[in-house]
Design a protein around this ligand. Structure first.
Ligand code: ARG
Length: 833
């Protein structure tokens, strides 16, 4: 724009006008004056020259701008593709790009690609050239890259034209392009190459390897295991096997940055990176006990490692071997009254382009029941699926032991996978049942599932449709709800309608001489205002004379008064009389009014401004934390325990404040740490006292996206069923990798006694449980240290710190959190907050 504006100022029109004015106002008769004005004539020449120079400069400027700018407006677009040549036979020399045979065929392929693109006038305009990258058997498959230089505005049209054109050559009907050239080819497939795979900012390395016979080859990321993989690199491994074999790639170590937007490994069922043949993109850590193994369709595979400028991890090591795909069990006839089967390669990733059909036949007269102990079939719109008895397709991740019942002695099960995105697959068991007794020795739910008889009327919805909890005759240890549900006794009079019809909350009044607490608990009248919190919610000490001796369970005002009321801080009432319970209330509120956690959803920017992402310096997110003041964070002690990495050292860490997506770390506020104070009584075996404090090296300024969460007072208690919010960038499924965008999920506080039973006696009073007992919603790996927030008087309080769990989001396995009110005094002592 600037050169253009400059040009406008020098338009000849304007200059001429100035010149004309000079001429018009010269008195022609006055020679003397004319004589005297000989000076202006010279000036005119000079001005004329200046203007000429300016015009020339303008023209040059416009030309330079034009060509320079035009260049910027063009995009380099690379399409990767493959095609099958049907009238050539593969020779071994085709494996070697330097051989004359390779180069000769490559030249022919390139010229035929040029012919193909010339069928589209649009592509002809922008086509630059093609490079053949490799050949493989079948008859001959050519893998290539085609370059285009495309004006920005035309990018989408060119994508469309490439895809339309290649579609006409994608069928199995072999064609000779435009009836020219000697090669006949079909199966043309192209994809746009991800710009990260050809960015000039990254160094490119390529390895080729042929695994033969029963040999096992090893590939590893550069530097492995002695040094981390290099930054800003694209490394490709073109893997081949012998004709007729498929390749099996098993990662025995896999440790990359958590965030796939930074560093990732991709495995392709091809020799060039094509999305259509992308089997998986992986990052983060996979333990050797949960290895990643992939199987190709044919005798080729491509592995790519892409890294960015920071966060470099140890990398990977993988074994490559050959297998015969038809030797992998896939389908067949299954007879007998029970048995099992699984997707090929289970529990490892099934191969692409697979169809297996199992025909199950149980003794005549019996029906079939099918159960899936594990089911993970790539979710993308059921592109891969399991179809039972020709009915609807199952895909995605199904609940453990998902069950399907049939109504005949035969059943067909089909498993189908397409050319991309594979998953771990499934294991299945089948069983014959008497049509008259579908759940031998079990209880049959209305949805036909069978559950253990002990699960009937136990207060938990085990069937999934609550049918195991209907029409119950409860024993004396249970509440008999009017609607015939039974509920555990601890739900009685807890202020929550657990029965659904209010039965557990009626008649909760107290006897004479008893005081009824706000949570409907009854205590002796004498206990009211005795300075002890006898009601678990402390309501027996509310509204009493405030001047009594302070106990651990009271809030101490600056004027040394003690407040026994629950959550007296920042509730808008001056309980202390000196306002000290209402000072420092700039916490727990988000700036905006707005409407992995497993089972969560994306948070809104600024919704949880106290959430911090703790990174190992220059690496990736490891734990969460919460801002409690301009200088202090609260996290979990287990996040700061040394192992191979010195997690206890402040210099190990960097804290990102005001972060929303892990991709935007550059724009977040980064702080280093001055000190880390783990709780002195933290027990690494039991996770008791799992809390730590972190002091930032310099104070932060609060903003819309950076604010503190309120700390609860030492007296705060949370009742079971209270709703709380957990947030974090942790895994979004058990064993999965971390979230990119901050996740939030709502869970409920779970009664400590119940929780202790569910967690086999591992819960201490410094812990607190929250979750959804039917499963599906929970914190998970990577959420640790982050907040469990409780809303009170329109402010969020740090009720808990994500600590541990048994797996993630499992049924009857709540998440375990550090009980922050228990550490209120310690936090005050160490931080002054
Ligand atoms: N310890 C885990 C971490 O380091 C947090 C686990 C929380 N698990 C759960 N199921 N709630 O990130």
């Amino acid at each position: 724009m600037d050169p253009m504006d400059g040009g406008m100022r020098y338009t000849p029109g304007r200059s001429d006008k100035d010149w004309d004015q000079g001429v018009t106002f010269l008195p022609a008769s006055d020679n003397k004056k004319l004589e005297k004005k000989r000076g202006p004539a010279r000036v005119r020449v000079i001005v004329g020259l200046v203007i000429l120079a300016a015009v020339l400069a303008l023209i040059v400027g416009v030309l330079v701008w034009h060509f320079h700018f035009r260049k910027d407006l063009n995009l380099q677009k690379i399409y990767t593709g493959s095609l099958r040549i049907t009238n050539q036979a593969f020779v071994n020399e085709y494996e070697n790009p330097d051989s004359a045979e390779f180069q000769d065929l490559a030249k022919q392929v390139s010229s035929q690609l040029k012919l193909m693109y010339s069928e589209s006038p649009l592509l002809t305009k922008y086509y630059v050239g093609s490079r053949v990258q490799a050949f493989s058997e079948g008859s001959v498959i050519a893998y290539y890259e085609s370059d285009f230089t495309v004006p920005v505005g035309q990018a989408a049209a060119v994508d469309q034209a490439v895809s339309d054109l290649t579609n006409t050559y994608s069928s199995t009907k072999s064609r000779r392009i435009a009836n020219q050239g000697v090669l006949i080819f079909d199966h043309v497939v192209t994809s746009v190459l991800d710009t990260r795979l050809f960015s000039n900012a990254r160094t490119n390395t390529r390895f080729s390897q042929h695994t033969r016979g029963t040999a096992e080859e090893i590939i590893k990321s550069p530097g492995f295991p002695d040094s981390p993989y290099p930054p800003n690199s694209v490394v490709q491994w073109q893997l081949r096997g012998d004709q007729g074999f498929a390749l099996k790639l098993s990662f025995d170590t896999f440790n990359l940055e958590q965030n796939c937007a930074n560093d990732f490994v991709r495995v392709y069922d091809s020799l060039v990176p094509m999305d259509k043949f992308l089997l998986a993109e992986k990052c983060g850590y996979y333990s050797p006990s949960d290895p990643l193994t992939f199987i190709s369709t044919r005798n080729v595979m491509l592995v790519t490692l892409v890294t960015n400028d920071n966060g470099n991890y140890p990398g990977f090591r993988a074994r490559v071997s050959q297998i015969k795909r038809d030797e992998l069990p896939c389908g067949g006839t299954l007879t007998g009254s029970s048995g099992n089967f699984q997707s090929p390669n289970f529990p490892n990733y099934y191969s692409p382009n697979t169809t297996c059909q199992w025909n199950i036949e149980v003794p005549a007269g019996k029906f079939i029941k099918l159960k899936f102990p594990k089911f993970m079939v790539s979710t993308e719109s059921c592109a891969d699926y399991v179809q039972i008895a020709g009915k609807s397709k199952l895909c995605g991740q199904l609940a453990t032991n998902y069950m399907v019942t049939g109504n005949s002695s035969k059943m067909t099960v089909v498993f189908y996978s397409d050319s991309s995105y594979v998953d771990r697959g499934f294991s299945a068991t089948y069983e014959a049942y008497e049509p008259t007794d579908p759940c031998p020795e079990m209880y049959q739910c209305e949805n036909k599932r069978c559950v253990k008889p002990t699960m009937r009327c136990d207060g938990w919805n085990d069937c999934g449709d609550s049918s195991d909890e209907k029409k119950c005759q409860c024993d004396s240890s249970m509440i008999q709800c009017k609607n015939s549900f039974c509920k555990p006794m601890f739900f009685l009079c807890d202020g929550v309608n657990d029965c659904g019809d209010g039965t557990d909350e009626i008649n909760c009044g107290c006897k004479t001489g008893e005081f009824k607490c706000s949570n409907d608990q009854c205590i002796s009248e004498k206990m009211k205002c005795d300075g002890n919190r006898d009601c678990t919610d402390g309501s027996d000490e509310e509204g009493c004379s405030r001047e009594m001796s302070c106990t651990v369970s009271t809030f101490t005002c600056n004027n040394n008064k003690c407040i026994t009321k629950n959550n007296p801080q920042c509730d808008g009432q001056d309980d202390c009389g000196d306002g000290s319970d209402e000072s420092n209330c700039n916490c727990g509120k988000k700036a905006f009014k707005s409407s992995r956690v497993v089972g969560g959803e994306d948070a809104v920017v600024g919704e949880f401004p106290w959430q911090v992402s703790l990174h190992i310096k220059n690496m990736a997110h490891v734990c969460g934390a919460s801002i409690i003041s301009e200088r202090w964070l609260v996290t979990a002690a287990h996040c700061v325990q040394d192992d191979k990495i010195k997690y206890s050292q402040p210099s190990t860490w960097e804290a990102y404040l005001g972060l929303h997506t892990q991709k935007d770390k550059q724009t977040a506020t980064k702080r280093f740490l001055k000190q880390i104070i783990p709780h002195p009584s933290y027990n690494p075996y039991t996770y008791d006292n799992d809390i730590a404090l972190m002091e930032l090296d310099s104070a932060v300024t609060y903003s819309d996206t950076i604010r503190p969460i309120c700390l609860p007072s030492g007296t705060d208690v949370y009742n079971s069923s209270d709703s709380v919010i957990i947030t974090g960038w942790g895994a979004t499924r058990e064993g999965g990798s971390g979230a990119i965008v901050l996740q939030k999920a709502r869970v409920r506080i779970i009664n400590g006694t119940t929780c202790d039973k569910l967690m086999s006696g591992q819960i201490t009073s410094r812990m607190m449980c929250a979750g959804v007992l039917t499963g599906g919603v929970d914190a998970c790996q990577g959420d640790s240290g982050g907040p469990l927030a409780y809303l009170s008087s329109e402010r969020m309080y740090l009720a808990g710190v994500v600590s541990w769990g048994d797996g993630c989001a499992r049924k009857n396995k709540p998440g375990i959190y550090t009980n922050v009110p228990k550490f209120r005094g310690w936090i005050k002592e160490k931080t002054g907050v």
